[in-house]
Design a protein around this ligand. Structure first.
Ligand code: ADP
Length: 480
């Protein structure tokens, strides 16, 4: 099949979270399975500076209609592997910036224009380069208007650009909400400018457009597909999602095992497998040392890696500060983001520097070292569309402690509830329930044979992308 992906993130060209990993692995796996895959991304500075883009050809010049203006741009193309082409929709003014969405304090004020330009740039390239896609698969709010804009462009030009469109919600909490005046920049017919279209309480909601107008909608785990149809998890769009209930399926993300396998992980000081786990001890010592702790420490090490956002359950972690400060253990956290959490977590670490360590940045190597060197991985998210770290943890023999939501509930089995099948520990997203799970972790750690059995079951799990890619292939075929 000819498959086009459009997304704002793609590992290793730009990544702020799991979206980058998911799009990159899915596109790569589909290419390996023989499909002709084209991925469209904004021409971010980090993408253009990446070595893969060094020989990128400038393929097309664009003139994009934005309201009553025309904005210029260009398209660069390169191919990092067989069957895979990357198209960068470039316009310096929009994408040559230090960060993709904002300056750390606030989102950029021109985000609506930036991602509308991106969507229209994709469509114009599909038209000018005559790509003739079977499926255009769009991801998250930044690409959510594509299905609608694509059909409008086909109508205007009297052509077919894609047979079917698919929209994947990686996180319904990020919707792309903008002032109503933004509608004029879409050049869409006025009949879409109402509550059956893009309007959302006197604003314009990009994500809503994707949910309403794509041929099929998916989420990144089965449980999340159900959750977002409820007010508790729908972030105000549950009613809209419900109107597409028959067309929504949840397909679990996989793990890119070329990057995340302890047996071949080049970012670790030692490699290990389920059969020969000795290297995990070396990683543990290296992690403890990196955090400034005694590398011979024998008690349990808790690790955490995440964007610092409310979603990740940082309030629950902070509410359990006393546990980490008084119990015999170490806590090593890697993360950055929301300043409020950076300050609070840094203060917690500063109070007990002998037990708690914070690495407040984005650091790929450190994230691998935490996955490998920790005994437990803490992930008490309030909601989690899929989550990757709980899967990495299991593959790395690190027992995940997760809340029972979304993809976490779909991928972890509680070791106390199901002693013969457990791969982790689960809690409800509350302070007390997390406290209980942390206490159960100490008991598990003290029982070496049981701890080892839980680790071994986790390491034996198959989270490979082939399973997920097959799910998407079936969906593409079914929609065609
Ligand atoms: P989300 O997409 O909501 O951020 P996921 O669990 O799906 O959450 O994916 C997060 C990805 O980002 C994981 O690969 C995780 O290791 C990585 N990550 C998050 N924070 C950091 C950080 N500070 N340094 C390195 N990697 C990080």
């Amino acid at each position: 099949m000819k498959i086009v992906h459009a997304a704002s993130e793609f590992f290793p060209y730009l990544k702020t979270g799991g979206l980058a990993d998911a799009v990159s692995s899915l596109a790569g796996t589909l290419a390996d399975r023989g499909h002709e895959v084209s991925v469209f991304l904004p021409g971010y500075r980090t993408a253009l500076e990446h070595k893969d883009a060094a020989g990128a050809e400038k393929r097309l010049s664009l003139k994009i209609e934005m309201g009553d203006q025309f904005l210029s741009g260009d398209v660069r193309v390169f191919s990092p592997r067989k069957n895979l082409k990357i198209y960068l929709i470039c316009r310096e003014e929009f994408f040559d910036r230090r960060a993709p969405y904002g300056n750390g304090e606030r989102d950029y004020e021109d985000n609506s224009d930036r991602f509308l330009f991106f969507c229209k740039g994709v469509i114009e390239t599909l038209r000018l380069a005559d790509i003739q896609a079977d499926v255009v698969h769009c991801h998250d709010w930044q690409a959510a208007l594509l299905p609608l804009l694509l059909r409008e462009a086909e109508r205007r030009h009297g052509v077919t650009l894609a047979l079917k469109t698919l929209f994947t919600i990686h996180n319904i909490a990020y919707q792309g909400l903008f002032p109503r005046s933004v509608f004029a920049r879409t050049n869409l017919p006025e009949e879409i400018n109402n509550m059956d279209g893009l309007e959302y309480y006197e604003q314009i909601n990009f994500l809503k457009g994707g949910i309403l107008f794509a041929d099929r909608v998916t989420t990144v785990s089965p449980r999340y597909a159900k959750e977002i149809q409820t007010p508790e998890f729908g972030c105000g769009l549950d009613g809209v999602v419900l109107t597409r209930a028959d067309d929504i399926v949840g397909l679990l993300n996989g793990v890119d095992t070329a990057v995340w396998s302890p047996g071949i992980d080049a970012l670790l000081p030692a490699r290990y497998t389920a059969k020969d786990i000795a290297g995990k001890k070396i990683c543990r010592a290296a992690l403890l040392k990196k955090a400034g702790f005694d590398e011979k420490y024998t008690g349990p090490v808790f690790g955490m890696v995440c964007r610092f956002a409310e979603q990740k359950g940082l309030d629950l972690l902070l509410a359990n500060k006393a546990f980490f400060q008084t119990q015999e253990c170490r806590l090593i956290i890697l993360g950055s983001g929301d300043k409020r959490y950076e300050t609070a977590v840094a203060a917690m670490a500063a109070e007990t520097p002998k037990k708690i360590y914070l690495c407040a940045k984005h650091d790929e190597a450190m994230s691998h070292l935490i996955e490998a060197g920790s005994d437990f991985f803490v992930m008490p998210s309030l909601f989690e569309p899929c989550g990757l770290n709980q899967m990495y943890s299991q593959l790395y023999g690190t027992v995940p402690i997760v809340s029972r939501v979304g993809g976490l509930a779909d991928t972890v089995t509680d070791a106390d509830e199901k002693p013969a099948a457990g791969t982790g520990l689960m809690c409800e997203p509350t302070d007390g329930s997390l406290r209980d799970a942390l206490g159960r972790a100490l008991k598990l750690f003290a029982d070496a044979p049981r701890m080892s059995a839980v680790q071994q079951r986790g390491m034996a799990r198959d989270f490979s992308w082939n399973v997920a890619a097959e799910g998407y292939e079936n969906l593409y075929r079914d929609s065609l």
